[in-house]
Design a protein around this ligand. Structure first.
Ligand SMILES: O=P(O)(O)OP(=O)(O)OP(=O)(O)OC[C@H]1O[C@@H](n2cnc3c(O)ncnc32)[C@H](O)[C@@H]1O
Ligand SMILES: [Mg+2]
Length: 254
């Protein structure tokens, strides 16, 4: 292409040449294409996307089912971390809050999405609140492989002869917009019951078959999921979290 330097072609000459060309071959002026209206942005965490995605920082299917059900009214897409290839996080801390924060950060860092994590556990009065944050590995302390059934078996063995059967299930939820979010949303729930002497019921997961709720005269494992959710530690925390997310992350939406 022959490009003339500005020095050799004065601006006036260039303009004249251009106007001559346009007279001989008139070109239609293209109409500007109207831009589509911007999609409503439901969350500052996912600009331009109308459905907010949140990674659920848990590998526990029972928790996922309960949280997905209770948080459904948010209208966000909750994606289990496993489906995004996020590996399990370390849970090295002494409190549910710190472990939930660690899990949420880990999932958000790996996925690039906002995250919700759940750290839960059983706190037995006669054991000074143990096993607490180590509940998931309880069975392994006594030489059993890690599983829900072995956790229940170990607990019942350790509580043989213990008359004070009071215990609480606790749940701490943490939500982060990003791995470095300086303002995590935190919600907790707690329910108190009595540890049975044998497992009863086949619903739920974890310690549900031995968590007896005097108000119902049943264990959690005898209650349908919606009834458990309406009264459980996780259900309480999830409803509080739902309100927090609406207020802080989705302001102005119904
Ligand atoms: O850490 P993630 O991946 O979320 O899954 P996890 O099963 O390891 O969960 P936690 O670390 O919070 O450990 C909680 C333990 O308490 C049990 N648990 C949690 N919620 C429960 C519930 O609603 N009913 C009965 N047991 C529960 C659960 O089975 C675990 O053994
Ligand atoms: Mg865990």
């Amino acid at each position: 292409m022959n490009v003339r330097s500005p020095k050799s072609t004065p601006p006036s000459a260039a303009l004249r040449k251009k106007s001559t060309t346009s007279k001989s071959t008139p070109k239609p002026i293209p109409k500007p294409t109207p831009k589509p209206p911007p999609k409503p942005n439901r969350c500052p965490c996912s600009p331009g996307d109308s459905t907010m995605q949140i990674v659920l920082a848990s590998g526990n299917r029972g928790k996922l089912a309960e949280l997905q059900s209770t948080l459904a009214p948010l209208g966000v897409e909750l994606i289990a971390q496993g489906t995004l290839g996020v590996p399990e996080a370390e849970e090295p801390h002494h409190t549910f809050l710190e472990n939930a924060l660690a899990k949420a950060r880990h999932a958000s860092a790996h996925s690039g999405l906002p995250a919700i994590a759940d750290d839960a556990g059983l706190c037995v009065d006669a054991f000074g609140g143990q096993p607490g944050v180590t509940t998931a590995d309880y069975a392994t302390r006594f030489g059993y492989p890690k599983s829900d059934a072995n956790n229940v078996r170990a607990l019942l063995e350790q509580m043989q002869g213990v008359e004070d059967r009071r215990a609480s299930m606790v749940c701490t939820l943490v939500a982060l917009r990003s791995a470095t979010d300086p303002e995590p949303l935190v919600a907790t729930g707690r329910v108190t019951g009595l540890i049975t002497r044998t497992p009863v019921g086949d619903q739920g997961f974890g310690f549900d078959p031995v968590m007896f709720l005097p108000a119902f005269g049943k264990t959690f494992a005898e209650l349908p999921t919606d009834v458990k959710n309406a009264h459980s530690h996780r259900g309480q925390a999830a409803r509080t979290m739902l309100a927090l997310i609406r207020e802080r992350w989705l302001p102005g939406l119904p």
